[in-house]
Structure formats: C-alpha cells, structure tokens
Ligand binder design. Structure first.
Ligand code: NAD
Ligand code: ZN
Length: 250
C-alpha cells in the first residue's frame, strides 16, 4: 500500500525534505489558488496580486484582502501541518520548503521552514521601510482604504509576500535547492507544481538521487517521476504516514 511504502521510505531516510503548497492549508480553511474551489476562479491574479497593479492601485489589493484576509489570519494548523511538525521533531524531516505564506507550518511547530514566497503575516511600507503586523493593518481596513503607513503616512503598505512580477528571496531559494540536492526523499504535498522556480525543486532532488513521494488531491505533472503517489487529503494522509512510522519504531 502506498501510505505504508511512504512511511517506510521516510523511516529509512536520513535527509528527507518536504515541499508544500496551498493544498496543505486547504483543510485549515484557506482556499487554494488552483484546483476545485481555487481563488483564481474568483479573481484575476495579474490584476490583484502583481506588483505592477499593486503600485498602480494598492486599494484594489487591500479590498480583496479585506474579504479574504480575516479567514487566513484566523486559520489554525490542521492535522497535516501537525504531522509534518511531528516528523521534524522525530528527526525524520530536515525541513519544510513551502510556497505558502500563511505561517501555519511554524504555528504547528516546524523549526526549519523555508518560505519561498515570503510571509503574509507582516506588512512593509515601500516608502520608509517600516514594518507592521498584517493583523494590525487588517483591522484598519474598515475605515482606511488603502491603509496608510503609521510611520510616514504612505499608501504603499505591501505584505511581505512575493507578488507576481517580483523577485524571489534569493537566500530562501538557494537554501531550498541545497536541501533538495542533499535529500534522499522528497515529500511533495498539496502543490499543483506549476509555479517556478518552486516546481523545479523536486526535479533537482530527483536529479541528485532523491526518491519522490507525492501527496495531492489531484494529479500533478510530477507524478511520472514519483516512487509513490498518494491521491488524497493531506490532513488525512500525513497523520496516517506519521502514525505508521511511529508504529514501525515502537
Ligand atoms: P495551487 O493552488 O496551485 O495547488 C494546490 C494543489 O493542492 C492542487 O493540485 C489541489 O488539487 C491540491 N489540494 C487541494 N486541497 C488539498 C488537500 N486537502 N490535500 C492535498 N492536496 C490538496 O497551490 P501551489 O502549488 O502552492 O501554488 C500556488 C501559489 O499560491 C503559491 O505560490 C503560494 O504562494 C500561493 N498560495 C498560498 C496560500 C497559502 O499560503 N495558504 C494559499 C493560496 C495560494
Ligand atoms: Zn512608511
């Protein structure tokens, strides 16, 4: 059975790494971008989440955030996040590379989390550089649109996430590729693997000899390279894998 096989691979590994996408947070109530119920069926990403449109009209970004932000900020880690944290604690996972910006891996207890697309928990003023908690800005949106910087009054308060058209954080990308190249098992969870360079990370791992496990609700173009494919919800599958692993060790 594939869950059993994944548990055995992770138990025998010395340098396993997880790569996660929006799917791992779907069961925490945060909609994915693509796939069933994805938010790109409601909004045009280029209009809402690109740096050019943000600079043209920050209020367009913040109007969407006013609707969508509270659920993201209130989200709690689900059993899938908790299982990944347990694997790291037990020494079966070196770290988590994530495309998510929701901070839920850290909330679950993972220590080594590499955020490829930044963090949505903080906001930075593009004029003066002042930083503020996203939650504080979010609470002003009812009476301030777009929200203004508390330090300089500027209107370009940008969440510390990578918007479309922005450069990726180079150190995070380098660290992610280094972990992937050193990995003996790469566990890809909840990602459609169409956003680059994140999508290249598992290829780098496989090229360097890693075995691939894919846990995803739908097929991905990486499946042909995978040793094990588990089609299912990460909130159910990952705890099952973790439970089998601790049973093997007892
Ligand atoms: P994606 O939305 O493109 O793909 C999500 C994948 O997860 C889909 O293939 C879907 O079938 C699968 N999925 C959905 N629910 C699942 C579940 N419960 N268990 C397992 N799989 C499930 O996501 P992506 O590949 O991460 O790329 C999208 C981009 O969106 C990333 O750059 C990320 O920064 C951003 N994003 C982040 C969040 C977040 O922080 N939670 C949410 C939405 C989008
Ligand atoms: Zn400022």
């Amino acid at each position: 059975m594939s869950v059993q096989r994944a548990a055995e691979m992770l138990c025998g590994s010395r340098s396993a790494v997880a790569l996660t996408g929006a799917g791992v947070s779907a069961e925490s109530g945060i909609p994915t971008f693509r796939g069933a119920g994805g938010i790109w069926s409601q909004y045009d990403p280029v209009k809402v989440a690109s740096i050019d449109s943000f600079l043209e009209d920050p209020s367009a970004y913040w109007k969407v955030s006013k609707e969508r932000g509270p659920a993201v900020l209130a989200a709690r880690p689900n059993p899938g996040h908790m299982a990944l944290a347990a694997l790291e604690r037990a020494g079966h996972l070196v770290g988590v590379v994530t495309q998510n910006t929701d901070g839920l891996h850290q909330d679950a207890g993972n220590h080594r989390v590499i955020e490829l697309h930044g963090s949505g928990r903080m906001v930075q003023c593009l004029d003066c550089g002042a930083r503020e908690r996203r939650a504080d800005v979010q609470s002003r949106l009812d009476f301030e649109m777009p929200p203004r910087c508390k330090t300089c009054g500027g209107v370009f308060l940008k969440p510390t996430v990578v918007l479309f058209g922005e450069a990726m954080p180079i150190l995070a990308v380098e660290e992610a590729f280094a972990l992937a190249r050193a990995a003996d098992v790469m566990l890809v969870v909840g990602s459609s693997l169409v956003v680059y360079p994140a999508a290249q990370i598992p290829f780098a791992a496989v090229e360097s000899g890693a075995e691939l496990v894919v846990v995803n609700a739908e097929p991905t173009h990486l499946d042909r390279l995978a040793k094990v494919i588990i089609r299912g919800r990460s909130g159910a599958v990952l705890p099952e894998i973790a439970a089998l692993m601790s049973a093997v060790q007892d």
